[in-house]
Design a protein around this ligand. Structure first.
Ligand SMILES: Nc1nc2c(ncn2[C@@H]2O[C@H](COP(=O)(O)OP(=O)(O)OP(=O)(O)O)[C@@H](O)[C@H]2O)c(=O)[nH]1
Ligand SMILES: [Mg+2]
Length: 360
């Protein structure tokens, strides 16, 4: 199943408390203070896994919580820190604060990480509070709570070319003849219900990624058909391929409808280079002065040519700019961790009882 939008509550661990303790030595009823510090709470960290293509794993999860830090102990022993909990997300996941709606970041690269909620600091043990006038301090501080927030995650697929057209225009057919992807193809509208990605090989060494999305109809912006939410998956493509059937008797009107829906979704899509493809040319149909190329998925006529033309456009068009920046200090890269560290990581799994929403 393809899931491209979820909300989830996340909570970092609380810091452990510092404690009050005194050294016990022979013949000394009360030695100096030796209460240890509490450990830091675990953080919640989002981490990109390029093998994921959906947010499905997080679908049924209400909340994810990292471990609390342990309390300090006597003999100046600090409490153990809580483990960080890592959440796997697909590349192209955009992260929002669900409460304020504010955009937090956009993770696009494999293994990129964002510490989204920091664990609370541990409290201080009484070993720190001795002064010349008070050698037996009874003071220690509590651990601080971990950060907590409600997140909205939205997956926007990363592809170079987006296929846009009315239902039945032949989008999935084109994807299936130019890539190894096998989206369902059928003679009825709305065959494709979720986006599909395919890798298109050009020659021996080059390739680009094409996204096939569900068909668009007039009024999609108001929720008609499958709505226009799937357009978020063409928002980050460099190039748009607009597919219109050769037998369409009013291609001007079809193009107007498609462009209007694109513009209503995101006006920026109007500035994206686009190529207008007439499909199903084996069925005939009149030429139209606006079209760039006619193809047939059935006979493969012009299929190689359209691949080359798309690739030329992809190569010469920069990726749409990222409009936001992540706070650098919250970002980490894979090589910031040793293998031993990684072996200790805890992953947020669906059946993990610790992630039970009712627990604290
Ligand atoms: N004759 C002919 N039929 C085609 C061609 N391309 C697609 N078709 C047929 O047109 C119908 C729709 O094709 P799809 O590729 O499923 O169209 P789509 O644009 O993905 O449709 P949705 O997923 O519903 O939006 C299918 O019956 C295809 O077999 C073509 O080049 N020639
Ligand atoms: Mg389709």
């Amino acid at each position: 199943m393809f899931i491209d939008r979820i909300e989830i509550e996340i909570k970092a661990g609380r810091g452990g408390d510092g404690i009050v303790s005194f050294r016990r030595e022979k013949f000394m009823p009360k030695g100096g203070p030796d209460g240890g510090d509490g450990g830091r709470g675990g953080s919640v960290i989002l981490r990109v896994d390029a093998e994921l293509g959906t947010l499905l794993d997080l679908r049924y999860r209400q909340s994810i919580k990292a471990d609390n830090g342990r309390h300090g102990k006597g003999k100046q022993m600090s409490g153990r820190g809580g483990k960080n909990v890592y959440i796997r997300i697909p590349p192209g996941t955009v992260i929002f604060d669900a409460t304020s709606g504010e955009l937090i970041g956009d993770l696009t690269e494999d293994k990129q990480e964002l510490a989204i909620a920091g664990g609370g600091r541990g409290g201080k043990g009484n070993q720190h509070f001795a002064t010349p006038t008070n050698r037996t301090p009874r003071k220690a501080t509590e651990g601080k709570p971990g950060q907590q927030m409600r997140l909205r995650l939205e997956l926007k697929l990363l592809a170079d070319v987006g296929l846009v057209g009315l239902p039945n225009a032949g989008k999935s057919t084109l994807l299936s003849v130019i890539s190894a992807a096998r989206p369902e193809v059928a003679a009825y509208p709305f065959t494709t219900l979720t986006p599909h990605l395919g890798i298109v090989k050009v020659g021996d060494y080059e390739s680009f990624v094409v996204a096939d999305i569900p068909g668009l109809i007039e009024g999609a912006a108001e929720g008609k058909g499958l709505g226009h939410q799937f357009l978020s998956h063409v928002e980050r493509t460099r190039v748009l391929a607009i597919l219109i059937e050769s037998l369409d008797e009013n291609p001007d009107e079809t193009l107007r409808v498609l462009l209007k829906e694109l513009e209503e979704f995101n006006a920026d899509l109007m500035n994206r280079p686009r190529i207008i493809i007439r499909t199903k040319n084996d069925l005939g149909g009149e030429l139209w002065d606006v079209e760039d190329i006619r193809i047939s998925g059935a006979t493969r006529e012009n299929v190689d040519k359209v691949v080359r033309e798309l690739y030329e456009l992809v190569k010469t068009t920069p990726a749409p700019p990222v409009q936001w920046r992540l706070p650098d200090d919250q970002l980490a890269k894979d090589d910031d961790h040793t293998d031993e560290d990684k072996a200790e990581w805890e992953w947020a799994f669906e059946d993990d009882p610790k992630n039970d929403p009712d627990e604290d």
